[in-house]
Ligand binder design. Structure first.
Ligand SMILES: NC(=O)c1ccc[n+]([C@@H]2O[C@H](COP(=O)([O-])OP(=O)(O)OC[C@H]3O[C@@H](n4cnc5c(N)ncnc54)[C@H](O)[C@@H]3O)[C@@H](O)[C@H]2O)c1
Length: 261
């Protein structure tokens, strides 16, 4: 007998599907048979949104896309209502969208701090609250995308690392307050090969050399893929992970196991 995850009939609301990890998660849930409600900052007419819908079609998945700015509470409510009007249910929330704001503790302005907290922290709480009644009806699952920066960081990656650390607290609070009707878990990916991360490497004089140096810090000797993180999301939403709750899982290619000297 093969080991299978079948999410057919379920609806997964995934944020940030127009790029990177969100796109990888959408493809993984589509392969598992779920219906996908995706959102991103890009318009419905953008090449990224069109590519998302085409990928979903190729995978044989029923999918919709909404242009949503998750820093706006009114748009979060509109997104949730739109998904419910379209599919009538939400079984899984993958709260993934976020941005790298790397300013440093001394140089970070109040504006940049607030801006990053609005997206990387507050929007996850607001979206979870907006989806709560629908998730409760389905014994739903919330997966919150944190980062390896929740556990250790690099000088200058402030306030991003603060927001990602706080998300591990959000995962614990939702798990203990909203369980057992809703199960909440977090994922902390390490370096995943995405456009977001390429921007980080591009900030160095020699991006290729920096990338190779980073790869060398990983026992697995490569960066992670969006397919792998998508697979983790599907597993965490499945019956096989039903005993997982309140914890944020670190998926970092072994990087944190290597002591720096
Ligand atoms: N790439 C990595 O190595 C890595 C590692 C750890 C954690 N993460 C986290 O994973 C998540 C996705 O990262 P990525 O590298 O795939 O990002 P990315 O930059 O490739 O894509 C970001 C996505 O979020 C959406 N988005 C951005 N601002 C938004 C807003 N205000 N409202 C709605 N949508 C918005 C974009 O439209 C896009 O779809 C982020 O939370 C990030 O912090 C990424």
């Amino acid at each position: 007998m093969s080991f299978e995850i079948d999410l057919s009939g379920k609806v997964a609301l995934i944020t940030g599907v127009t790029s990177g990890i969100g796109s990888g998660a959408a493809k993984a849930f589509a392969r598992a048979g779920a219906k996908i409600a995706g959102c991103g900052l890009e318009t419905k007419e953008s090449s990224e949104a069109i590519a998302f819908l085409e990928e979903m079609k190729l995978a044989g998945a029923d999918a919709v896309y909404s242009c949503t700015d998750l820093t706006r509470p009114d748009q979060i409510n509109a997104l949730t209502e739109e998904v419910l009007a379209c599919y009538g249910r939400i079984d899984i929330l993958v709260s993934n969208a976020g941005a790298n704001v790397f300013e440093g503790a001394e140089n970070c302005s109040e504006e940049r701090w607030m801006e990053n907290h609005q997206l990387n922290l507050t929007s996850h709480w607001r979206l979870a609250k907006a989806c709560k009644p629908a998730l409760e009806r389905q014994d739903g699952t919330i997966i919150i995308m944190s980062s390896n920066h929740a556990f250790s960081s690099i000088p200058g990656c402030f306030p991003y690392n603060i927001t990602k650390t706080a998300l591990t607290g959000l995962v614990r609070s939702l798990a203990i307050e909203w369980g057992p009707a809703i199960r909440t878990v977090g994922l902390s990916p390490g370096f995943i090969d995405t456009p977001g991360n390429q921007t980080w490497f591009n900030s160095f004089d020699d991006p290729q050399q920096e990338k190779e140096k980073t790869i060398g810090l990983h026992p697995v000797k490569r960066l992670g893929t969006t397919t792998e993180i998508g697979g983790w999301c599907v597993f965490l939403a499945s019956e096989y992970a039903a005993f997982a709750s309140g914890v944020t899982y670190l998926i970092d290619g072994g990087r944190s196991a290597l002591m720096q000297d």
